[in-house]
Design a protein around this ligand. Structure first.
Ligand SMILES: [Zn+2]
Length: 511
């Protein structure tokens, strides 16, 4: 299954296409969390329960017993697929679909496909959720959980319209990206075509692995962005002749050619988590590079000397797509309304703080760090339902303090607020830059393919031409916005070198 997206990337002035591939091989899982009861929204006096044989499942009147208490555990490194477990049965038992109408508890590790024990969810605008079994879905059914008149659970409905809505006491998991921690081993292949001068392998090697900590390598960038949680290592293989320059830019054919030539050189690519290939610039390739989204390869079209090309493309490998922008929202003197009045730009969007939006080599935004397991929910908390004041610490500059704040929205997306201050290297902002004088506001939502596209929200509509209006997108001290999808008003009170003070309330705004 290939999913090819083509966008133009402002900073590199090139078109980059990306391909959907499988996940990386890093290990460890997110911890499970309690959901409380699982109820049909259509009859929320009935809770999913164990039947008397403690293997089948049925619906009974809600009574808060352990057999009606459910929790989830992500499957492996997945941030979207989860097991459903029952408190009475314990953590080694998982809810499993055997057929479209046979759903019962089974050993989590026993025979049969993991997919049959794998569940996914979608949050609806009304706050209810749809639940889907991956195995039944993979078999071509809609795969959603249905409760029919006989008390029988069934997953065989053809139409999503028939899927029931569910309610849980605690929210179903926020979808995350495939966790990326530990060490990733990269094979860097410096290749060229017949008659083309090979690239300087020392220069390419520096841009990827950079022995020097002088802010010019992907390795150091990732180490700082991830706070040391993801490290890159690997080997560089130079002088690989790929033969005549192809008269195409077909990703699978190029990858097959590279694999063949690497094997002829005795390079065992199976020993590596990822393969990065520098090729001579091919006029048939109109991209700076091609990268898996998410996945484990990058093909550079003669651009490997730029470390910020690698940080952008490696972002694709981690699951980051190109960004969107929300602009031209209606605004009064001190309040911007984030609602249907805004215009969404889904290509050519610019966010100076995001390398996926033409932000060059700046460190990855806070929500990417959270979604990859580099920051936890203590440092990137979810705003509570009651009005509160939060202090955002400058990103990367304090080990305690909030690194960002998330706000849940009715459509399953989240707002995220982050604050940056100048520091040497990748975050070398001018003191005058709006990035360090205000708070950056984005929305995001992870999809079932473990991809995320950030949306920068312009908090200063009309300050510049529409094309450039996100260059000063930050929410400044004394300013507020109302977000229709969360029902919240968010204000920045003050900013200084130590942090940004923001308030989140649901009370009516008084201008
Ligand atoms: Zn790209």
């Amino acid at each position: 299954m290939n999913n090819v997206i083509t966008f133009r990337k402002a900073a590199l002035s090139v078109v980059v296409s990306t391909c959907l591939l499988g996940a990386s091989g890093l290990t460890s899982a997110y911890a499970g969390e309690n959901l409380g009861s699982l109820k049909m929204a259509s009859d929320n006096n009935l809770c999913l329960d164990l039947a008397s044989n403690k293997l089948d499942v049925t619906f009974n009147t809600c009574n808060k017993s352990d057999s009606q208490e459910w929790y989830y555990d992500f499957v492996g490194n997945s941030g979207t697929n989860f097991f459903l477990k029952n408190k009475e049965k314990g953590s080694t038992w998982c809810l499993r679909a055997f057929k479209t109408s046979l759903i019962k508890m089974d050993s989590c590790q026993g025979a049969g496909y993991t997919a049959s024990r794998t569940w996914q969810h979608q949050t609806l605008l009304n706050g209810n959720s749809l639940l889907r079994n991956k195995y039944i879905g993979d078999m071509g059914k809609v795969g959603h959980y249905l409760f029919n008149d006989n008390g029988q659970l069934s997953l065989d409905r053809k139409n999503l319209d028939e899927a029931p809505e569910w309610q849980t006491d605690a929210p179903l998991p926020e979808k995350k990206l495939t966790k990326a921690v530990g060490n990733k081993k990269i094979a860097l292949l410096i290749t060229h075509f017949d008659g083309k001068k090979p690239a300087n392998s020392d220069v390419i090697k520096q841009a990827v692995f950079g022995d020097k900590n002088d802010f010019t390598s992907l390795r150091q960038h990732v180490s700082l962005s991830s706070r040391g949680k993801l490290t890159l290592s690997g080997d560089t293989f130079s002088d690989i002749n790929l033969g005549p320059m192809p008269n195409h830019c077909d990703t699978p054919r190029l990858r097959a050619l590279i694999a063949k030539k690497a094997a002829e050189k005795g390079i065992d690519l199976s020993k590596y988590d990822s393969v990065f290939t520098e090729m001579s610039a091919n006029p048939k390739c109109t991209n700076a590079a091609i990268a898996a989204l998410p996945g484990n390869f990058i093909l550079s079209n003669g651009q490997g000397h730029k470390y910020w090309m690698w940080t952008h493309e490696f972002g694709h490998n981690l699951g980051f797509g190109h960004i969107d922008a929300l602009k031209s929202c209606s605004a009064s003197k001190n309040l911007v309304q984030i609602d249907g009045s805004c215009t969404r730009t889904s290509s050519n969007a610019t966010d100076k703080t995001d390398t996926m939006g033409g932000g060059g080599g700046h460190l990855y935004p806070a929500n990417y760090q959270y979604l990859l397991g580099w920051l936890d929910s203590d440092s990137v908390p979810l705003a509570g339902k009651t009005a509160a004041r939060y202090t955002l610490a400058p990103l990367w500059q304090q080990t305690n303090g909030l690194q960002a704040l998330r706000i849940a929205r009715k459509d399953g997306s989240y707002l995220v607020l982050e604050y940056r201050q100048p520091q040497p290297g990748y975050e070398d902002w001018s003191k005058e830059d709006s990035v360090v004088r205000g708070v950056t506001v984005r929305s995001y939502k992870v999809n079932d393919k473990q991809q995320v596209s950030n949306t920068i929200i312009d908090m200063t509509p009309g300050s510049q031409s529409v094309a450039k209006d996100t260059l000063d997108a930050q929410l400044m001290p004394g300013k507020s916005f109302y977000d229709e999808l969360s029902g919240r008003i968010i204000s920045v009170e003050t900013v200084n070198a130590r942090g940004a003070v923001v308030t989140v309330s649901s009370s009516k705004f008084k201008d």
